[in-house]
Design a binder for this molecule. Structure first.
Ligand code: DGY
Length: 336
């Protein structure tokens, strides 16, 4: 980490520590507005470094790779008043303890829904249509020419897609999937307004178990909360048809990854497209090399435009807070 440029008492500007490298225009704007300490090397901060940062700054800007728990927050300095997360998911932050200590937490919702939905659609197409195997055939120079029976996948048009979590991202997936001719089904904590359901052509399932048993493709688009941890448990995964595909661009913790891996290895599921994992960056080694599994390195929202928008949201949250107002994207324990 580089040294802070000046103390808040000298400049009257909030001191901000950013834990990871952010896109250059975002960092430039932060330099203009705040006394900012940027990450010089983009290395993940250790627990000790994070605590030290929370002791010397007014605002911390972490990302999903920074796990901040109760014990760490207990050591935060009195001056820490805002954790302005660079990212929508906040399952790596102990929101309840932060609230009790009077530390506000904000995130960056909305701006990554379309990009994440695009990546979800990419996986919904890539797995049943065996894209990865086709690419490998070409890259290895093994293609012998067209044949009526080679590399046959499965049609997605007319199939049933079950969306687990119908928030902004789930709805963006539904809009795309509808255009691809998929039947849209969903399970969500709360049922959508009937006009939204009608617009999306989406059918609500109160019972997740019943929905799972009938779907051809399941897409996980809900956040990871105490209530969604292993929502797709070993028991629930077994409800899926052996011909079903599963796609996860949300959080690895929502699926029991070991149970899913066992089923994929044993051929009890047709395939999976996974952008997120339970113990990132570790991936169950038995998933690697399975031809019917497409694995991505948590890149669902990784577009230049999306990252710039996330940066703008972080800056707006800090600026609004520093100006004495409630930041627009405050996260509350009731959202868990
Ligand atoms: C988020 O913002 O939580 C996303 O997972 C980042 O890709």
């Amino acid at each position: 980490m580089s040294e802070p440029e000046s103390s808040p008492s000298q400049s009257g500007r909030p001191r901000v520590v950013v834990t990871r490298r952010l896109p250059e225009p975002v960092e430039a704007r932060m330099r203009e507005l705040f006394d900012v300490e940027l990450s010089a090397d983009d290395r993940q901060m250790s627990r000790e470094d994070l605590v030290a940062a929370m002791q010397r700054t007014d605002v911390l800007v972490p990302t999903l790779t920074d796990h901040i728990d109760q014990a760490m927050l207990a050591q935060a300095g009195d001056r820490l008043k805002l954790i302005a997360n660079f990212g929508a998911g906040f399952d790596h932050l102990d929101i309840e303890t932060a609230r009790r200590r009077g530390i506000l937490v904000t995130n960056t919702p909305g701006v990554l829904a379309e990009d994440t939905a695009d990546m979800t659609m990419a996986l919904i197409l890539a797995v049943p249509r065996r894209l990865q195997e086709g690419v490998a055939l070409m890259q290895e120079g093994k293609w012998q020419g067209w044949s009526p029976t080679s590399i046959m996948g499965h049609r997605i048009w007319g199939k049933r897609l079950g969306i687990l979590g119908m928030g902004r991202i789930g709805q963006a997936v539904a809009r795309r999937a509808k255009a691809f001719g998929l039947e849209i089904h969903y399970h969500n904590r709360r049922r959508l307004h009937e006009s939204t359901e009608a617009q999306l052509g989406a059918r609500y399932w109160e019972s997740l178990d019943q929905m799972l048993a009938r779907m051809d493709i399941v897409s996980v688009n809900c956040p990871h909360t105490p209530g969604t941890y292993h929502l797709l448990s070993a028991r629930r995964l077994k409800l899926l048809k052996p011909s079903a595909y599963i796609v996860n661009t949300a959080r690895g913790e929502v699926i029991d990854e070991n149970a899913l891996t066992r089923m994929l290895v044993n051929g009890d599921l047709a395939g999976a497209g996974l952008d997120v994992f339970e113990q990132e960056p570790a991936v169950n080694p038995r998933l690697l090399g399975l031809p019917n599994v497409v694995l991505l390195p948590h890149m669902g929202s990784a577009t230049e435009e999306g990252r710039a928008d996330m940066g703008e949201k972080v800056i707006l949250n800090i600026k609004t807070f520093a100006d004495g107002h409630r930041p627009p994207d405050q996260v509350l324990p009731s959202m868990l």
